[in-house]
Ligand binder design. Structure first.
Ligand SMILES: *Cc1c(COP(=O)(O)O)cnc(C)c1O
Length: 497
């Protein structure tokens, strides 16, 4: 299978090379030129398998450089009971006759990013070997909160890798920050960037594009790689849980085999919902994708019939920081597919985005988008109200990101009277966002942080995840911060070169 750059189909490579590189040399994203299809009976067969077995099978359709044995062993060590607090790996909770919450945060860092970042280190180290790469992979991450910790946890003390994480100083929750700055491991580094997530992400993209930085790393026998969802190795494991959730619904008799479901995802960088789109293109029966935004509603506007992507707008820090994003990287991959693989069209859009902060999608591509995707947004008030409603209504506690999705899914149903059963992605443990959740439940709190775990637990009777409990006694290791123009120097310092 060929992985091509979204901006130029003449730039291509195999799966292992795409995973090592993270991003294509022209700044495009490596993506499969053709999406593999499930054969008749595949989905039925998957229904009978465990989560790691489903993962191995689905990944084998994309990662031809890897043997079935390798993928089975990677999946078995990534998705195991010691790392996840449920043997099922994901949980599917029924909220109403038609809505199911797909809880993706039962892994070691209590966010859905674990679903991919527990397995990416296996894929990446194997890819280094397969491509005969002798240098150390330096994984550079810009995080809106959850990717950073999940990547640190996945790569800590993994041979032949180093990992450096940049997080926005004003844009992560107290618990998210503490999770990162207390990370243990010999090969890890963490630094704050004065600014928001887009600043951190742009800074990281600039480092990737900087020849001088690459040269200096090369002299020290290092190369850059990425654990952000621009890396194909992040996306492919995410396809698995949508197929898996569908199988669970069939197994439980909630839907008939072949029945279409809708999928609603709280969206930031567009990785998670894009994985659902891949599952659909492979043959999973999906009616509509509902893309949920918070107050930073650039995607909601794009999908609400306009085809107009406009990043020139105020940036808001919200209670769902992992969705506080104006430049949504993975939308580029969707544009590639809905335009029939037209990399010139994608390159044009991305140039306009870079030069003017906007682009417009026309014609058939726009029609295809409209036929599959709906968009909507939730204000801070909507999201807080939804946390309370779900708790009062069905005793389920959800975090502010998930609440955004539930609100948008409800609004979509009201507006369209589409009665299709809906899988709503639940992306983080509510205990990562205690302050917001408590306030939504009507409880005034003081400072945010692990001291609020007890308060939320006492109020709701729910247990904080073990890994978060441990933060109470965690030691802070990383206190540095830099301006967005000095991230390159900070990188060298953290790598000690
Ligand atoms: C990363 C994240 C999101 C957004 O996911 P994308 O793949 O970037 O769209 C939503 N919710 C939480 C809790 C996250 O950590």
């Amino acid at each position: 299978m060929k992985y091509v750059s979204t901006r130029n189909k003449n730039i291509f490579c195999g799966a292992a090379e795409a995973i090592v590189a993270g991003i294509a040399p022209d700044g495009g994203l490596y993506t499969p030129e053709d999406i593999p299809l499930f054969k008749d009976g595949d989905i039925a067969n998957l229904c009978a398998l465990s989560y790691p077995e489903r993962a191995a099978f689905i990944m084998s359709l994309y990662l031809e450089d890897f043997s079935a044995r390798e993928l089975s062993s990677f999946a078995a060590s990534a998705y195991k009971a010691e790392s996840f607090d449920t043997t099922r790996i994901i949980e599917l909770k029924k909220m109403s006759d038609r809505d199911y919450l797909l809880e993706l945060w039962h892994g070691p860092t209590a966010a859905f990013k674990d679903m991919a970042l527990q397995i990416l280190p296996h894929l990446l180290t194997a890819s280094l070997e397969k491509t005969k790469e002798k240098r150390t992979a330096c994984i550079l991450v810009a995080t809106s909160g959850d990717t950073g910790k999940a990547a640190l946890e996945g790569f800590a003390d993994v041979d032949h890798t180093k990992i450096v994480v940049f997080y926005p100083s004003d844009g992560v929750s107290a618990v998210q920050k503490l999770q990162m700055v207390s990370q243990t491991g010999k090969n890890v580094g963490v630094c704050a960037v004065n600014g928001n997530f887009d600043d951190a992400q742009n800074g990281v993209k600039a480092i990737f594009a900087d020849e001088k930085i690459r040269d200096r790393l090369n002299e020290n026998s290092m190369l850059l790689s990425s654990a952000n969802s621009i890396n194909w190795g992040r996306l492919v494991p995410q396809i698995v849980y949508y197929v898996s959730a569908y199988c669970e619904l069939v197994n439980r008799g909630e839907i008939k085999s072949g029945e279409a479901v809708n999928i609603c995802v709280p969206t930031g960088n567009f990785g998670n919902i894009l994985a659902a789109y891949f599952a659909f293109r492979m043959g999973l029966p999906v009616g509509r994708f509902i893309c949920a935004s918070n107050q930073n509603d650039v995607l909601a506007e794009f999908f609400t019939d306009t085809g107009y992507y406009n990043a020139n707008r105020p940036f808001y820090n919200t209670a769902s920081p992992s969705m506080d994003i104006l430049v949504s990287s993975n939308l580029e991959r969707l544009l590639f597919y809905v335009s029939g693989g037209n990399s010139d069209l994608v390159a044009g859009c991305m140039k306009n985005l870079k030069d003017k902060g906007e682009y417009m999608v026309w014609g058939d591509a726009r029609k295809t988008l409209k036929s599959l995707f709906s968009g909507g947004s939730a204000s801070e008030e909507d999201s807080a109200k939804t946390i309370r409603q779900i708790y009062d209504g069905c005793g389920i506690l959800c975090d502010p990101h998930t609440a955004v999705a539930v609100h948008v899914a409800n609004k979509y149903r009201e507006e369209t009277s589409d009665q299709t059963k809906t899988i709503i992605a639940s992306t983080a443990s509510p205990f990562k966002f205690c302050k917001s959740v408590l306030e939504a439940l009507g409880i005034k709190t003081g400072n945010d942080g692990p001291e609020l775990f007890e308060v939320l637990k006492n109020k709701t009777g729910q247990q904080p995840p073990e890994s978060l409990q441990r933060l109470k006694s965690a030691e802070v290791r990383f206190t540095g911060s830099v301006s967005k123009s000095n991230m390159g120097d900070a990188l060298f310092e953290l790598l000690d070169i």
